[in-house]
Design a protein around this ligand. Structure first.
Ligand SMILES: [Zn+2]
Length: 298
């Protein structure tokens, strides 16, 4: 496998009952009463990364940081990048610009106060920056974020901008914002996701290995990989969800840790910030109009 390119390892730090697949099953007011497993699962990931001498980016949910500040400090103390997954795990296109602004502001301030370090990056719950919610990018700039990782260039029932660029790009708005899309390989007219989450867990590992190797070798580009702490926790409580949601959430939980270990043996990984810094030094020319839409800032 390719060892020439450093890919980005990213973790969305949230609990099993936060995921959008289960929206409505566990109402927000009940979150505090649920058995939380996010600390133990994240600490397990930290051990795996420590053994491999790997630095990753953790997009931490503000709700988690509020309850478990020691977890956030521990991630940062081990040299990983802390980024923001917003505060309340609400889909961006379900929010008003004003509510979104409050959510990302609250999360950034909390994470920065907890660690004493600047937060640069944001990833929306369920990649919910879509053609309906591009205004969110202007809000992120206004709130001091320098990169976003919320646009997946694929067709999906809940998210995605299939005609958006497949590789990181610069959006020149009031100020610049780097967009770091989820990784795909091009297959005929389609972009197929190869960068983690359910695709990593549900499809055979050979799919991810082939896809990242193809990006690294064929396109000489890094991949951006993502995973959640609950994905390595086969013992998590089972929630009563519709069948498709149950399949997406529970399938192969018992094999994911072993796969993750194989992945980080097969490829090199670092933080998102390092990857983007290397690609976009200050002199880099911004790609003009990389998103084929016109929108105004809120
Ligand atoms: Zn999430």
């Amino acid at each position: 496998m390719s060892r020439s390119v450093v890919n980005a390892m990213t973790i969305d730090v949230e609990d099993y009952f936060h995921v959008s697949v289960f929206d409505g099953l566990v109402p927000r007011h009940a979150w505090d009463g649920m058995e939380s497993r996010v600390c133990a699962n994240t600490e397990r990931l930290l051990e795996i990364f420590d053994e491999a001498n790997l630095q990753a980016t953790f997009f931490v949910l503000g709700w988690v940081a509020d309850r478990f500040p020691h977890l956030v400090r521990s991630i940062a103390e081990q040299g990983h990048e802390i980024a923001s997954h917003g505060y309340g795990h609400r889909l961006v296109y379900d929010l008003t610009p004003r509510a979104f602004r409050q959510d990302v502001r609250r999360a950034k301030a909390l994470l920065e106060d907890t660690t004493g370090l600047r937060v640069h990056g944001y990833r929306a719950p369920s990649y919910s920056v879509t053609p309906k919610s591009l205004w969110a990018l202007d809000v992120l700039i206004a709130e001091g974020y320098t990169y976003d990782a919320s646009i997946f260039p694929i067709h999906h029932d809940r998210y995605g901008i299939p005609i958006s660029p497949r590789q990181p790009y610069v959006l020149q708005r009031k100020r610049r914002l780097v967009e770091a899309p989820g990784s795909t390989v091009r297959c005929g007219p389609f972009n197929l996701p190869i960068g983690g989450g359910g695709y990593f867990r549900i499809l055979p590992y050979a799919w991810t290995r082939w896809g990242i190797n193809r990006l690294n070798e064929h396109e000489q580009r890094p991949a951006i990989f993502y995973l959640h702490p609950w994905e390595i926790d086969p013992d998590q409580p089972r929630l009563r969800a519709p069948a498709l949601g149950r399949f997406r959430h529970y399938f192969n939980l018992n094999r994911t840790e072993e796969r993750l270990r194989a992945l980080i043996r097969d490829f090199r990984f670092g933080t998102m910030l390092t990857l983007l810094d290397e690609q976009f030094t200050t002199s880099a020319e911004p790609a003009v109009g990389p998103l084929p839409y016109v929108w105004s800032a809120p």
